[in-house]
Every structure is written in structure tokens, then in C-alpha cells.
Design a protein around this ligand. Structure first.
Ligand code: ZN
Length: 402
């Protein structure tokens, strides 16, 4: 990539700001004619034409050719030049890492899912993460100088502005993004995993024109991502969305956050896991009973697979979690009045089994007029939401509009 624009952005000139707006417009809308763009950005056609030509010469903008219209005039369509830059997204899961590389236009060039990994809060786990990312970069055929940013998803408290991760890899006073930048030799940004999933669904998943969206990440833990007026909401320090740690029950169950009775202790993948063990120890039978009795480890994926194979006990557990979660999502709907609520995360792979009880409980417990505004949908990107979102964030963060 010609990095003239990036330098211009650093200097903060007025033209650089407009060029950033043009890139952000194309990130969200794909392509447009010069007339559409000038209307959208409230600028004269000659000004837009001049800037687009400059950006075309710099390599960022492509002429996509003539647009077919009924009226007989054939204006040219412009959009981002896919080859002018590349971005990497890294999604860290408990037992695996997913990595993707997108081009400037947002198309996936390379995607590697399920690279074995053990997430622990140790220096070794950080070293392993770096070597996995380096290996992925080494195998790329694109010009490495054109890799402009890497975004890494991490669970827990993450401040995307300062680059600090407080829950994982918080070993010294240097921001994690700086440590990764130094180790990898590329610009690195970090973000919370649920927020990245939300952004993935927003730009490349089930969100169409909706601007007020709540994404529910039901995985081992529970968290939400919030989009207000088309913008990701982070809160002051990036900690917004900790829905799982709302005190909801007097159950005396200790949550991993250190408090008792969090929503996550009854409505999450880990809650389903614990309930399965409780039920089997009381004599309930399941296709997983033998594994439990033999003390073989059971993963959340095992339970989800059992649900989808119609294991009655596991189905009951998913329904129980769906009901509990649904009654709390009803509260979110009352507070945010969203246009769309997306059910995502690992547990969403049970599809109808989790959706139906959620929908029933939402209907039962939210305010009637309010819930009519909200459609509740299943995640479209499924297990790729995190990695696609990280790639999209890596690109958007360079133009600071996400
Ligand atoms: Zn908690």
C-alpha cells in the first residue's frame, strides 16, 4: 500500500478527514457513484471527484465500472481497492485460536479455524499466541508490507483505546497491544471478544439496516455487545456489556468473577455444564452419563452435540437456560428498545432449542409495545463471528470509525 494516506491521516489535514469518511462509507456500503457519495457526505460533486481521483492514484479506490441504469446514463461505480491493504483478525477461544486475513474490501483471503491452543493467564500462553500468529503470517502470499493492522479478541475486561487487557495477559505496566506490536512487528489493536462478534454480525452477518442492535454471546460465559445508532458502544473504558455478572439469583453459587449469584451462574454454557453434572449425579440419564461416571471430561461442544442428537436431559437443560436468559433479555429490550436482538455464541448452535424458550420468555416478560419493535434472530456467522469481527475491527480501527 501507498502509505501516503496513512501519513496524511496522522497529520490530520481536512482532506485526510474527508478521505477517512469516504473509506468508512465504503466499508459500510460497498460501492457508490460519485453523485451518491457527494450527497451522502454533503460535499460538492467536483470536490468528491477530485478526492476520489487522488485516492484512486494512491491506490485505495477502484473504479468498479459502469452502473447499469434504466435511464440510459451510465455513471461509474467506485469502491475500495481490495489489493491496497490487508488486515488480520485473531479470535482466542478457551481451547483454540481462529485467524483470518481480509483484503481492503473486506473479503476473506485466508481463514484458519480451530488451531489447537490452551488459553491460560500465563507467559507461555502469550508466547504460544505470538508463534501461532507469526506462523499464519509466514504462510501468506500477499505483500507483508501491506498488512496494516492485526486485531486480537480477548475475553474479559479490555480497553480498546489504551490497549490494556486486564483479565488476561496483564503482566506488567505496558499495554498488551504494545507488547504484541513489538513481538509481531506489526501494528496491533485488541478488543473484547463479544464486541468483535457483534461487529462481525453488524458488518458481515445478520444485520441489514438496523442501527440499534444487542448481540447476546452465550458461550461458556455470558456477555452482550451493544450497537447504538450504528456505533459500537464501549462505555468509558471499554467494559460495557458485562451482562453475565448482573446479580440475579440468591443461589450462593460463586461466579468466576468472585461474586455470588451472577446471571452467568444460571444462564450460560458453564451453567448448563454444571447442571448436567448435578442431574446425572441425582440419577438422571443422558447419552453423556457414562462419560461423566467414568470421569472423562465433557466439553460444552459435547453437550451441544447431545442436544442436537435429541438427548432429552440436555434438551431440558438448554430450555431451562433459554427461559432464564429470555426473562433477562426481556429487561434488555425494555431498556434499549433495540430493532434486533441476535442470539450468538457457542450455545446458539442448539438453534431452535435455545431460541424458542428465549422468545417465549421475552414475550412473557417484556413490555408489550416495546417488544413489538425487536426481532430476535440467530447469529448468521455462528462460530466465525469472532474472527470475522476481529478482521473487520482491524480495518475499521485504522480509520477510527466503528
Ligand atoms: Zn460474575
Amino acid at each position: 500500500m501507498n502509505t501516503a494516506l496513512l501519513q496524511e491521516i496522522e497529520r490530520g489535514t481536512k482532506n485526510a478527514q474527508i478521505k477517512k469518511n469516504i473509506i468508512n462509507y465504503y466499508i459500510k456500503n460497498g460501492s457508490s457513484t460519485l453523485t451518491e457519495l457527494s450527497k451522502e457526505l454533503d460535499l460538492s460533486v467536483p470536490t468528491v471527484t477530485k478526492l476520489i481521483m487522488e485516492m484512486h492514484d494512491e491506490g485505495y479506490i477502484d473504479d468498479y465500472g459502469k452502473l447499469e441504469t434504466a435511464g440510459g446514463r451510465y455513471p461509474n461505480l467506485y469502491g475500495l481497492n481490495p489489493k491496497s491493504g490487508y488486515f488480520i483478525g485473531v479470535d482466542i477461544k478457551q481451547f483454540a485460536i481462529n485467524i483470518g486475513l481480509i483484503n481492503f474490501k473486506g473479503e476473506m483471503v485466508d481463514l484458519k479455524m480451530g488451531i489447537p491452543y490452551q488459553l491460560e493467564n500465563t507467559q507461555k500462553a502469550l508466547d504460544d499466541l505470538c508463534s501461532i500468529i507469526t506462523k499464519f503470517i509466514d504462510r501468506q502470499r500477499v505483500d507483508k508490507h501491506k498488512i496494516l493492522n492485526i486485531d486480537v479478541n480477548i475475553s474479559g475486561r479490555v480497553n480498546p483505546e489504551s490497549g490494556y487487557s486486564y483479565s488476561i495477559f496483564y503482566f506488567n505496566e505496558i499495554p498488551l497491544s504494545d507488547i504484541l506490536n513489538e513481538r509481531l512487528g506489526y501494528k496491533v489493536t485488541i478488543d473484547n471478544d463479544t464486541r468483535a462478534m457483534t461487529y462481525g454480525e453488524y458488518l458481515a452477518g445478520c444485520v441489514n439496516n438496523e442501527k440499534n442492535v444487542i448481540f447476546i454471546n452465550i458461550s461458556w460465559g455470558l456477555a452482550i455487545g451493544i450497537i447504538i445508532n450504528g456505533k459500537i458502544y464501549t462505555g468509558k473504558s471499554g467494559f460495557a456489556g458485562e451482562f453475565g455478572h448482573v446479580k440475579t439469583y440468591d443461589n450462593e453459587i460463586l461466579c468466576h468473577c468472585g461474586k455470588k449469584g451472577c446471571l452467568e451462574t444460571e444462564a450460560s454454557g458453564s451453567a448448563m455444564h454444571r447442571r448436567l453434572y448435578e442431574q446425572v449425579s441425582k440419577g438422571a440419564s443422558s447419552s453423556l452419563s457414562a462419560q461423566i461416571t467414568n470421569e472423562e471430561p465433557i466439553t460444552l461442544d459435547d453437550i451441544i452435540e447431545a442436544v442436537n442428537k435429541e438427548d432429552i436431559l440436555c434438551i431440558d437443560l438448554v430450555e431451562e437456560i433459554g427461559q432464564k436468559l429470555g426473562s433477562q433479555i426481556a429487561g434488555l429490550i425494555n431498556i434499549f428498545n433495540p430493532e434486533m436482538v441476535i442470539i450468538g455464541g457457542t450455545v446458539s448452535a442448539t438453534e431452535d432449542y435455545i431460541m424458542q424458550p428465549i422468545k417465549t420468555a421475552v414475550k412473557k416478560y417484556s413490555l408489550n409495545l416495546v417488544n413489538k419493535d425487536s426481532t430476535i434472530v440467530l447469529s448468521k456467522l455462528k462460530d466465525k463471528a469472532g474472527v470475522i469481527g476481529a478482521c473487520m475491527l482491524a480495518r475499521s480501527k485504522l480509520f477510527d470509525n466503528y
